[in-house]
Design a protein around this ligand. Structure first.
Ligand SMILES: Cc1cc2nc3c(=O)[nH]c(=O)nc-3n(C[C@H](O)[C@H](O)[C@H](O)COP(=O)(O)O)c2cc1C
Length: 141
């Protein structure tokens, strides 16, 4: 029986990781993740990445090991890794969204903005509330 896991990490985008490289990363996601039955989202700003991946435990771990070695980012920091009952991104859409804080900040409640900013800065853990905000942000962006 396969076990479903989720993994969340944050990292810093290297300055050399320009828009063209971002497109290359996205192309890799689109090509490889459906084959591995990995779903999730990848969010970025000028300086940071947040990726949420979910799927079979071995596939998740393998993919994460690969991503960690990628020279387009640095300080890759695993923030959450645990078994889950269901996917929260059931279809493959490795949604790729620019972390446009302005849009998020105008649409979200003050409490959610604070939590989201704390998550991005690495000050808070990913709990259920943080995941809800991540989904909220993804729908908005
Ligand atoms: C922030 C970040 C996120 C990435 N996410 C994925 C991913 O979800 N799936 C994937 O296959 N590659 C991802 N990559 C790229 C991998 O590190 C690697 O370059 C790629 O899988 C190589 O496969 P390819 O030669 O088939 O493109 C990511 C890279 C970065 C920097």
């Amino acid at each position: 029986m396969s076990s479903l896991y989720r993994l969340i990490y944050t990292s810093f985008r290297k300055p050399e990781c320009n828009e063209h490289e971002i497109q290359n990363i996205l192309a890799s996601c689109k090509k490889n993740n459906p084959k591995r039955d990995i779903t999730g989202i990848l969010l970025h700003s000028d300086k940071r990445f947040i990726q949420y991946i979910e799927g079979n435990k071995d596939e998740v771990v393998e993919l994460y090991e690969l991503i960690k070695k990628d020279s387009r980012h640095t300080s890759v920091n695993q923030r959450n890794f645990e078994a889950i009952d269901d996917r929260i991104f059931p279809s493959w859409e490795m949604g790729y969204k620019d972390l446009d804080m302005v849009q998020f900040n105008t649409d979200a409640s003050v409490a959610d903005q604070k939590t989201f900013n704390g998550i991005i800065k690495g000050e808070l853990d990913f709990d259920d509330n943080a995941l809800r905000i991540l989904q909220l942000f993804f729908k908005m962006a």
